[in-house]
Design a protein around this ligand. Structure first.
Ligand code: NAD
Length: 256
C-alpha cells in the first residue's frame, strides 16, 4: 500500500495530475504537487488535500522544461517512493507550419523531464527498497493523429523510456509503467477545442463528438479519478510483477 509513502506528481495543479494526487492522498500517501507557477492557489491546493485526507501535502514549484529544475524537484521532495511523470502540454498544427519552439517545449516537458526526474528518483527508491515509476503517456503513445507531431513523438518516446526504466530495475522491488489515457476533459483538452474547430471548420459540439470522441468507442470521456485509481492499482502488491508495459484507459480507442 502507499500509506506513509511519498508520491511526487509533476504537473499536478490541475487535471489528471491533480486527480492522481488526490487519489494517492486518499489512500494515505504523502504527496508533492508541482507546476511551474508559484501562486497562493498552488499552495492552497496542497493545504486543502492535507486537510481533507490527513496526509502531508506540499507544493513545490519547478519548471519541467528545465532539466536542473526537474532534478531539484526530486531533491527538494527529499523522498520519492512513487514518481508520477504527468506534466504535459499540447500544440495542434501541421508539421510544415509547426513552430520549432513549440516542438522543443513539448519534447522537453512531455518527455525529457521524465528522464531527469527518473534519474534523480531511482537512487532514492533503491535506498528505500521500493519504488513505482508511473509515466502518463497517452493513446497517442501507441497510435497517432494528424497535427500532433511533437506530442505523438514525445508520448511514443515516454513509452520507450518506461520500458528501459523497467528493464534497468527488473530485479529490484521497483516497477515502471505507463498509463495511456484516451480523452479526459481537462484544461489541456479544452484548449485544443478552438484550434480543432478552426482546422475542421466545426462547432464545439461537433469537435467533441466527431473528432475527439470519434476515436473513443465508449463515446465518453475518461475521468481524472479513473487515472488516479489506475495509478493506485500500479502501486499495489497485485501489480508488483507488472512492469515495462502500458495500461490503456481509453474507452476502447486502441482496440480500433
Ligand atoms: P492539464 O493542462 O490540466 O495539466 C497539465 C499539467 O502540467 C498542469 O498542472 C500544468 O501546470 C503542468 N505543466 C505544464 N507545463 C509545465 C511545466 N513547464 N512545468 C511543470 N508543470 C507544467 O492537462 P491534463 O490533461 O491533465 O494532462 C496531464 C497529462 O496527461 C499530460 O502529460 C497529457 O499529455 C496527458 N494526457 C492527457 C489526456 C487528456 O485527454 N486530457 C489524454 C492523454 C494523456
Amino acid at each position: 500500500s502507499v500509506k506513509g509513502k511519498t508520491a511526487v506528481i509533476t504537473g499536478s495543479n490541475s487535471g489528471i495530475g491533480l486527480g492522481i494526487a488526490q487519489e494517492l492522498a486518499r489512500a494515505g500517501a504523502n504527496v508533492v504537487l508541482n507546476s511551474f507557477t508559484d501562486s497562493k492557489e498552488d499552495h492552497a491546493l496542497a493545504a486543502r488535500i492535507a486537510q481533507e485526507t490527513g496526509v502531508e501535502a506540499r507544493y513545490i514549484q519547478a519548471d519541467m522544461s528545465n532539466g536542473e529544475q526537474c532534478r531539484a524537484l526530486i531533491e527538494k521532495a527529499g523522498r520519492c517512493d512513487v514518481l508520477v511523470n504527468n506534466a504535459g502540454i499540447q500544440h495542434v498544427c501541421p508539421i510544415d507550419e509547426f513552430p520549432a519552439g513549440k516542438w522543443d517545449a513539448i519534447i522537453a516537458i512531455n518527455l525529457t523531464s521524465a528522464f531527469h526526474t527518473t534519474a534523480a528518483a531511482l537512487p532514492m527508491m533503491r535506498k528505500a527498497g521500493w519504488g513505482r515509476v508511473i509515466n502518463i503517456a497517452s493513446a497517442h503513445g501507441l497510435t497517432a493523429s494528424p497535427y500532433k507531431s511533437a506530442y505523438v513523438a514525445a508520448k511514443h518516446g515516454i513509452v520507450g523510456l518506461t520500458k528501459v526504466t523497467a528493464l534497468e530495475t527488473a530485479q529490484e522491488p521497483i516497477t515502471a509503467n505507463a498509463i495511456c489515457p484516451g480523452y479526459v476533459l481537462t484544461p489541456l483538452v479544452e484548449a485544443q477545442i478552438p484550434d480543432t474547430m478552426e482546422k475542421y471548420g466545426m462547432s464545439r459540439e461537433d469537435v467533441i463528438k466527431k473528432v475527439m470522441l470519434e476515436r473513443q468507442p465508449s463515446k465518453e470521456f475518461a475521468t481524472t479519478e479513473q487515472m488516479g485509481g489506475t495509478a493506485l492499482f500500479l502501486c499495489s502488491d497485485a501489480a508488483a510483477q507488472i512492469t515495462g508495459t502500458t495500461i490503456s484507459v481509453d474507452g476502447g480507442w486502441t482496440a480500433l
